[in-house]
Design a binder for this molecule. Structure first.
Ligand SMILES: Nc1ncnc2c1ncn2[C@@H]1O[C@H](COP(=O)(O)OP(=O)(O)OP(=O)(O)O)[C@@H](O)[C@H]1O
Ligand SMILES: [Mg+2]
Length: 427
C-alpha cells in the first residue's frame, strides 16, 4: 500500500515508478512468506538446531556460502521459528545474534551477548559497558542463561571477522565445564570456506559441528525472489521480461539475491530519473553494469595486496593475450613481474594459488581443473567472470599499491613485448 504523508498535497504526489520501495532496500528483511527458493536449506538448518524444540541439545553448525545466498536470512528465520516452537512446548529459549564484523573481538562479542541477554530478562546485576574483561562478561552470560533459559541459539554472523575464536570453545564447553545447564547451539556463518582451517585444533574439536553450504541462486530462484517483491513497483510499471532478464543476468554473474534486488531497484531509479513510464530491459542492462563495478569493488576491497596483484596479473594476461583462461603458473609469472615493478616481495606460487582459490570462492574468478594429457598431469585454469576493466578499476583504487605498471611496459623474459593495450580503457 502506498503511504500518503498527511494532508499536505506537496507530499501526496504518487511516485510514478515505486509503490513500496522499502521492499528493495539493502537492509530489508523479507517477511516469512517472501522467503523463497531455500526450502532445502531451511530444512537442513532446522535439522541441526531443531532438537531444542523438544528440550534436547542442538548441534552446532557452520554455514558457508558466497555473499547474498541467504545465509544470514535463513539462519535468523529458522532460529526464530525454533525458539517459537520451543516456547510452544514450554521450553524457555532465546535467540542471540552477533554481527562479528562489528563485534570483532571476544570482548565486544561477549559484551553484546551479555547485554542483550540482560535486556530480555529481569536480570538485575549491573553489566558494565567499559573497564571489564571478557571473563566478567562470560560470568554474566552464564548467570543469565542459568537463571532464565533452558536453551539458547547463538548466531555468530561473519564469524571469520572475529580476531580469535575462543568464544566457540567457551560456548560449546559451557555445560561440560559446569558453567551452566542451558543448552547452547551455535550457528556460525562465513563466506570464507577456508575459515575452518584457521581454527585452532583444540577449538575445532570441542566445537564439533556440522557444515552446510549454501549455493548461489539459479535464475529460477532469483526470478521467484524478485517476483515476490513485484509490489515494490507501481502496477504495470515493470515491462514484461524485465524480471526474467534481471534474474538471468544475476544468475550468470553471481547468483547473489541481494545484488539481483539491487539491480532491480537501480533500474527503477534509472527509469524515474529519465522520466520513463516503465522499467524496460534497457534499464536493467544499464543497472547491471553499474552494479557489476560496485560488486567487484566490494569483493576485492577486503582482499590482500597479493590477491589484488594476482587479479591484476590475470586481467593483464587476458587483455594482452589471445585467451580467456590462464594457468596458475602463467598468472604467477605475470604477477612476479608486476611485483618487481612495484617493489613488492612476491609470495610463493603455492601462496598465490591459495589466493586465487579464495577469489574463485568469492566469485571474482572461475577456476577449472583440466587434464593436461598423459604426461602433463592436471592443472587449474583461471578466468575472470567479469570484464577485465572492472578488475583493473577496482584494484587501482587501492592506494597502498601505489602506481601500478601499465601493461604494455611488461616484457617477456626473452625481451619481447607482451602485446599492447589501449590504456585509455583502464583509466
Ligand atoms: N531465499 C530468499 N528469499 C527472499 N529474499 C532473499 C532470499 N535470500 C536472500 N534474500 C534477500 O537477499 C538479502 C541478502 O541475503 P543474506 O543477507 O541472507 O545473504 P548472506 O548469504 O548472509 O550474504 P553475506 O555473505 O553477504 O552476508 C536478504 O536480506 C534478502 O533481502
Ligand atoms: Mg550475511
Amino acid at each position: 500500500m502506498t503511504e500518503q504523508a498527511g494532508g499536505d498535497p506537496l507530499f501526496q504526489s504518487q511516485d510514478p515508478i515505486f509503490n513500496r520501495k522499502e521492499l528493495l532496500h539493502v537492509g530489508h528483511v523479507p517477511e516469512e512468506d517472501r522467503i523463497v527458493g531455500r526450502d532445502d536449506e531451511i530444512q537442513s538448518v532446522a535439522a541441526e538446531i531443531g532438537a531444542i524444540t523438544r528440550g534436547d541439545p542442538p548441534n552446532n553448525v557452520m554455514i558457508y556460502g558466497k555473499t547474498g545466498t541467504g545465509k544470514s536470512l535463513i539462519s535468523r528465520h529458522v532460529a526464530t521459528r525454533a525458539r517459537d516452537a520451543a516456547e510452544d512446548n514450554e521450553i524457555d529459549c532465546d535467540v542471540l545474534y552477533v554481527d562479528c564484523s562489528e563485534a570483532n573481538t571476544e570482548t565486544r562479542a561477549t559484551r553484546q551477548l551479555a547485554l542483550s541477554l540482560a535486556d530480555q530478562t529481569s536480570y538485575d546485576d549491573h553489566i558494565p559497558v567499559r573497564g571489564v574483561g571478557t571473563m566478567e562478561y562470560y560470568q554474566h552470560i552464564w548467570s543469565i542463561l542459568e537463571e532464565f533459559f533452558d536453551s539458547v541459539i547463538v548466531i555468530l554472523d561473519e564469524i571469520d571477522k572475529l580476531d580469535n575464536s575462543n568464544i566457540l570453545m567457551q560456548l560449546s564447553r559451557a555445560r561440560e565445564a559446569r558453567k551452566t545447564d542451558t543448552y547452547i547451539g551455535v550457528i556460525g556463518i562465513s563466506n570464507k570456506v577456508q575459515y575452518r582451517e584457521t581454527l585452532d585444533e583444540r577449538i575445532d574439536s570441542s566445537f564439533g559441528h556440522r557444515e552446510l553450504f549454501f549455493h548461489p541462486y539459479d535464475a529460477a530462484q532469483l526470478r521467484e525472489i524478485m517476483r515476490n517483491r513485484e509490489d515494490a513497483f507501481q502496477p504495470d510499471v515493470l515491462e514484461d521480461g524485465t524480471i526474467e532478464l534481471c534474474a538471468a543476468l544475476a544468475a550468470k554473474k553471481h547468483g547473489d539475491a541481494r545484488k539481483a534486488i539491487e539491480i532491480l531497484k537501480e533500474a527503477g531509479e534509472l527509469a524515474r530519473r529519465t522520466t520513463s513510464e516503465a522499467v524496460s530491459e534497457r534499464h536493467i542492462k544499464q543497472a547491471q553494469e553499474v552494479a557489476e563495478i560496485n560488486r567487484i569493488e566490494e569483493l576485492t576491497s577486503g582482499a590482500t595486496v597479493h590477491a589484488k596483484l594476482a587479479l591484476y596479473a590475470l586481467a593483464s594476461c587476458i587483455v594482452t593475450g589471445d585467451r580467456e583462461t590462464y594457468k596458475t603458473r602463467e598468472i604467477y609469472e605475470r604477477y612476479a613481474d608486476i611485483c618487481e615493478l612495484v617493489a613488492t616481495d612476491p609470495i610463493t606460487e603455492n601462496g598465490l594459488y591459495r589466493q586465487l582459490k579464495e577469489q574463485a570462492f568469492l566469485g571474482v574468478i572461475e577456476s577449472e581443473k583440466t587434464g593436461g594429457g598423459r604426461s602433463q598431469g592436471s592443472y587449474l585454469l583461471h578466468r575472470l567472470v567479469t570484464d577485465p576493466k572492472h578488475i583493473v578499476k577496482a584494484v587501482r583504487r587501492d592506494d597502498s599499491l601505489g602506481e601500478l605498471p601499465p601493461y604494455d611496459k611488461l616484457t617477456d623474459t626473452d625481451g619481447s613485448t607482451r602485446g599492447r593495450v589501449d590504456l585509455s580503457t583502464f583509466s
